[in-house]
Design a protein around this ligand. Sequence first.
Ligand code: AP5
Length: 237
Amino acid sequence: MAVVTADQGSVGELQRLGHAVILLGPPGAGKGTQAQRIAERYRLPHLSTGDMFRDNIKRETELGRRAKPLMERGELVPDDLVLSMVEERIAQPDCRSGFVFDGFPRTLAQADDLERICQKHKFGSTVVVHMVVQPEMLMRRLTGRRICKAGGHIYNIYDRPPKHQGICDQDGSALIHRPDDSEGVISERLAAYEKQTRPLVEYYTVRKQLSPVDAMAKADEVTANIAKILDGAEISR
Ligand code: AP5
């Protein structure tokens, strides 16, 4: 029986079906912002491959050592490194009820492999939310982004500034500027998206798994529209 509340949607039902939810869109589309909210709303783990790599870099692991120069240049990390990391993470018990991906898959090979992994672990069908945004907005969003060092809370100095400059409203920790949020690297990341990730729009359209969302709208509105898609997805399965 689904647990339906006014602001939380059908939490129990979405978990029971164990959907893989994918937020697909270019750097700066708002994937991280929305993944945090959707994960909280449906009580699912938020899996950000970018955060996983940044954590490996911080801990100075072999994976971090290999990913670091590529991320600094705005290039994608090779599929084999991404896939083994993701497969290991999805196998954890907290993913049995489903999960929200932010930044994965990013290539056709990653998408094929995700389907294989989901079938192996008997997850429900994949729901892909395509976050559609005007390309001109992305540079402003990314150069203005600031991230809380402790909790990953996301701000923007232009559109969503913290109450006190450089300090997270939620936990008081310092806000940082991601090293790959410089104009030159952002351009490379956007080019990598167009070349390697945009083909996934066609891939998931053909499979009838893609639901577009206007990611130019206010963040609360975007969250509400994604929730409508997810609530609709569980009803139709
Ligand atoms: P990753 O960390 O995944 O970065 P990304 O995809 O480039 O995405 P971003 O985190 O930059 O943007 P976002 O869409 O999450 O936007 P956000 O919500 O923060 O990847 C980094 C690197 O890791 C890659 O370059 C690659 O090297 C490697 N990597 C990761 N995954 C990989 C994979 N699968 N395969 C290979 N390599 C991989 O929002 C941005 C800003 O906009 C914020 O300031 C926010 O406040 C603001 N904002 C958000 N929504 C709104 C709104 N509705 N209105 C106004 N402002 C908004």
